[in-house]
Design a protein. Structure first.
Ligand code: 5GP
Length: 121
């Protein structure tokens, strides 16, 4: 399946639709989820066109991979939920149909600000 340039996160990256931005650098954009599932619910997405984690790991450069992983920790720190300056958080990436992925641009969810609860429901 080719990358869909019309997916909602591609539009956010192009600035065609707004987002509540948390952080941006050369590799990632982070913004608040429009439908938060916990007190803190952020998304971290790579700037490159990757459908999911498998696509990313196969095709992204080492710099992009490091940049995305670093971006997650930077955002957690900015939100005050990191292991350094908060009580921790959960990050997860849904992958394709069985994983429950709705937007076909790789994204990591960050949940925190309260106890996140059961790992899988
Ligand atoms: P997925 O199910 O693909 O892992 O998660 C997609 C996430 O994107 C959902 O949590 C959903 O609320 C969020 N989302 C969908 N559309 C938008 C949007 O236009 N803006 C923002 N900020 N989040 C969105």
């Amino acid at each position: 399946m080719p990358y869909d340039d019309q997916n909602i996160f591609a539009k956010i990256l192009r600035g065609e639709i707004p987002c509540k931005k948390i952080y941006e650098d050369d590799f990632v954009l982070s913004f608040h989820d429009i439908n938060p599932q916990k007190k803190v619910h952020a998304l971290v997405i790579p700037k490159g066109k990757y459908i999911n984690l498998d696509d990313f790991n196969k095709n992204a450069s080492k710099d992009e991979i490091v940049g995305l992983i670093n971006g997650i920790s930077i955002v957690a720190e900015k939100l005050g939920i990191s292991s350094e300056n908060g009580n921790g958080y959960r990050t997860l990436a849904n992958i394709n149909e069985d994983g429950g992925q709705e937007v076909p641009h790789l994204h990591f969810h960050l949940f925190g600000g309260e106890k996140v609860g059961k790992m899988v429901s």
